[in-house]
Design a protein around this ligand. Structure first.
Ligand SMILES: [Zn+2]
Ligand SMILES: [Zn+2]
Length: 282
């Protein structure tokens, strides 16, 4: 992985987790996200809408764009990158799951379409055609979540792990979860993969009064493992980019002793495919 570093001591204000209304549960136009990001002082805005997949079953997804919409997404983001060049850095990304049988396709797709980065949102087990949503699982499925996070990260395709403690969206924290979360944190520390402090979850906690994710126990573990954290606004509306929320997240993270990063590791997808092909032929 190649690191793009600013070399400055002060962190830039960056968000790599931005959706668009193509996913059917977000609002605002693409340009409104950019304008809001400018108003709120961001240096970098990465679009990472929910990844489309080439479903073999003909499944029509309800929480992401369809594959045929991707060209429009790409075109729009690249046009905004040009239009706002010099004022804000715009990146073309996707938030993808780990769907084992489609991962080779995704790697080819990322290369062909010139995707800047992928973030890993482990929303569904195996595929949303059939699999369960990890934000609403039974307690005995927690280990499946952990295992698939580790398997997904092992593909080497992802620049960071989004909402790492997603099962806490519905499950309450218990000490039995500690080894699983430790395994995730240890892996990410060893491979220098940033963990996302998810600000959409923070907003939800404020509204409901229930601590789901981000969860302080998780971030204590991340801190003690020496993990790096990245703030992800997980914007589903331009107003989710409010700098007051960004600052709050930053302040919260300071209490856990994690190192905050503002740049994501960039994966060289071409090189990764070469490595995978070599592995296969051996
Ligand atoms: Zn979403
Ligand atoms: Zn997201």
């Amino acid at each position: 992985m190649e690191e793009t570093h600013t070399g400055k001591a002060a962190l830039i204000q960056a968000n790599y987790h931005t959706h668009t209304r193509r996913c059917l549960h977000a609002g605002g136009t693409d340009e409104e996200y950019v304008q809001e990001a400018l108003r709120q002082g961001y240096d970098v805005l990465g679009f990472s809408d929910h990844c489309p997949w080439p479903y073999e079953s003909g499944y029509i997804p309800r929480m992401r764009m369809r594959l045929e919409q991707f060209a429009g997404y790409r075109e729009s983001v690249l046009a905004l990158r040009d239009a706002y060049r010099g004022r804000i850095e715009i990146l073309l990304g996707l938030e993808a799951e780990y769907f084992p049988r489609y991962m080779d396709w995704l790697l080819d797709f990322a290369i062909r379409e010139g995707i800047d980065y992928l973030i890993f949102g482990n929303h569904y087990h195996e595929s949303d055609e059939t699999g369960q949503y990890f934000g609403k699982i039974a307690r005995d499925q927690f280990d499946v979540y952990v295992r698939t996070v580790l398997d997904g990260l092992e593909t080497g395709m992802f620049s960071y792990l989004a909402h790492p403690e997603l099962p806490l969206r519905s499950l309450d924290w218990d000490e039995g979860m500690r080894p699983g979360f430790e395994a995730i944190c240890q892996y990410c520390a060893a491979h220098d993969i940033p963990l996302e402090y998810n600000v959409l979850g923070l907003q939800l906690a404020r509204r409901t009064g229930r601590e789901g994710y981000p969860h302080h126990h998780f971030w204590e573990i991340a801190g003690s493992c020496g993990c790096r954290a990245i703030i992800g606004m997980d914007a589903h509306h331009p107003r989710d980019l409010r700098v007051s929320l960004y600052r709050q997240a930053k302040k919260n993270l300071e209490t856990f002793g994690v190192k905050l990063t503002d740049r994501i590791p960039r994966v060289d997808f071409v090189r990764l495919r070469e490595l995978k092909q070599k592995e296969k032929s051996e």
